[in-house]
Design a protein around this ligand. Structure first.
Ligand code: ADP
Ligand code: GLC
Length: 500
């Protein structure tokens, strides 16, 4: 199959969250299975052009009744199978992408021209195929920034080389729908009839994700539980009805993790003789010594007393409401303060996001001796936290898939999670009678529930140590590799292809 991934982010080029990991990891597995995969993303300012090759000639993209011009750069995706490399194309448009930030910057979290930036980019994907005379069987779009791809295909583009092409839209997060003023609609070069047919209309605004959901040939989200949840009023973010309407074409496929990057037996952030990195030696179920070394290194890195017997709870997270940070760090009501005061534990966090939360975390870390936080983004520290912590806290309000809990399980770190979305699909709640399970879970998102569940985990750490150690090994046995999920995507593509 010929597959074009159209995405607003992809590792290692641009990343704000798990979407970037997913797009590249899925592409790599599909290429390893022999499919012809290509990717297209914007050439953001942070992507160094001098390391890329430029395609000859400009790319003309019809938008807003005129044509915008851009350059196209390419490279091969690192880790691609040499016999079947993945070509990545970068759409280079100075006015739209020649600035800091992917969707925004702290002073302007959602760029005012985002609807136009991503309308342009989505249309550019079609023009790129024309320029290359390469037409995919599947156009695979991700979240609202590329949700216009299925709309364009259905309303106008399904001719010529695209006559047999289908579109698949993956929903990574229903909380972001791309809702903007209708004034931006003209930029898509679609008529007002399409505005209503495709269901852009949303209380006199335009909703890009909604139109994408209505137009895609096949739809999925990133875990079975989230697929079910999103069809309910409680989790549907007002699109539950639209999703129920499409339920025959809508499934949940759990994300995998990239085991070449996230693997305690071969983690180059922790141990790489070539780069002279010796933070903690590789470890596995058979020999866990490396994990205890990582715990020591983590305590040092975060300026905590080095103590193998105090449980360390780690967090790596975007600091947004989705992640339950209000209930944890909200001034006066969040439970982090009492958790750290009442329990003998150490809490470490790396994260960035909402300004109020960054400030609150800094202030808490200043007042609590057993809470250390780095506000920012660091791959190295995220690996160290996954490896060196005893527990990993992820009290998400909703979680389409979540990658960190799977990283945790792989590293023998026990997740403490809310029973929702992909967390419910990957973590098995501890049963203290039988010792079975892989983590700790609670249902309602309240400061109290987080407090109680962390308390439960800490109690088990001190009182049920052998059960804890057994759970670590059970977690490490789980298979979260991408192969299984990639097969499900292939099936979805095939079903779509037989429908056109
Ligand atoms: P989401 O995409 O909703 O943020 P996921 O769990 O799917 O949640 O993916 C988050 C990804 O981003 C993980 O790979 C995680 O390690 C990474 N990440 C998030 N915040 C940071 C940070 N501050 N530093 C390093 N990595 C981070
Ligand atoms: C979104 C979701 C997260 C998921 C990721 C990759 O960012 O919040 O749960 O793992 O996309 O699909």
């Amino acid at each position: 199959m010929k597959i074009l991934m159209v995405a607003s982010e992809a590792v290692p080029f641009a990343k704000t969250g798990g979407l970037a990991d997913m797009v590249s990891a899925l592409s790599l597995v599909l290429a390893r299975l022999g499919h012809e995969v290509r990717m297209v993303i914007p050439r953001y300012y942070g992507i160094n052009k001098t390391e890329l090759e430029q395609l000859e000639g400009p790319l003309g993209v019809p938008v807003g009744g005129h044509e915008e011009w851009s350059a196209v750069y390419t490279t091969n995706l690192r880790g691609s199978p040499p016999e079947n490399p993945i070509t990545v194309y970068f759409i280079d448009h100075e006015q739209f992408f020649g600035r800091d930030g992917i969707y925004g910057v702290p002073s302007e979290p959602d760029f005012l021209d985002n609807p136009r930036r991503f309308t342009f980019f989505s249309r550019a994907a079609f023009q790129l195929c024309r320029k290359l005379s390469w037409y995919p069987d599947v156009l695979h779009a991700h979240d609202w920034p590329t949700a216009l791809v299925p709309v364009f295909l259905k309303y106008g583009e399904r001719t010529g080389g695209f006559a047999k092409t289908i579109s698949v839209l993956t929903i990574h997060n229903l909380g972001y729908q791309g809702i903007y003023s209708k004034d931006n609609y003209y930029y898509a070069n679609l008529g007002w009839d399409v505005f209503y047919w495709a269901g852009f209309d949303d209380w006199n605004m335009m909703n890009i994700l909604k139109a994408g959901i209505n137009s895609a040939d096949k739809l999925n989200t990133v875990s079975p539980t989230y697929a079910a949840e999103t069809q309910t009023q409680a989790h549907g973010f007002r699109l539950d009805g639209v999703l129920r309407f499409r339920s025959e074409d809508y499934i949940g496929i759990l994300n995998g993790i990239d085991t070449t990057v996230w693997n305690p037996q071969n983690d180059t952030y922790l141990w790489d003789p070539k780069q002279q990195i010796a933070i903690a030696p590789p470890y596995s179920r058979q020999d866990m010594k490396g994990k205890w070394k990582a715990k020591e290194a983590l305590q040092r890195e975060f300026n905590l007393p080095v103590d193998p017997d105090t449980p360390v709870i780690g967090m790596v997270t975007r600091l947004t409401e989705q992640k339950g940070v209000g209930e944890l760090f909200g001034p006066a009501y969040g439970s982090a303060w009492s958790i750290c005061n009442d329990m003998k534990l150490q809490l470490v966090l790396i994260g960035s996001g909402d300004a109020w939360c960054e400030n609150e975390i800094k202030s808490l870390a200043y007042r609590l001796s057993n809470f250390k936080a780095h506000v920012g983004y660091s791959e190295k520290e995220s690996h160290l936290i996954e490896a060196g912590s005893d527990f990993f806290l992820m009290p998400s309000r909703y979680e389409p898939s979540g990658l960190n809990q799977m990283y945790s399980l792989t590293y023998g770190t026990l997740p403490i999670v809310r029973n929702t979305g992909g967390l419910a699909d990957t973590v098995v709640k501890f049963n203290q009678d039988t010792g079975e399970g892989t983590g700790f879970m609670f249902d309602d998102l309240t400061p109290r529930a987080i407090y109680d569940t962390v308390g439960w985990a800490v109690w088990a750490y001190y009182e049920r140590r052998s059960q804890i150690e057994k759970m670590r090994l059970t977690g490490m046995e789980q298979d979260f590799s991408w192969e299984k999920s990639a097969q499900q995507y292939l099936e979805l593509y095939k079903k779509g292809l037989t429908s056109v």
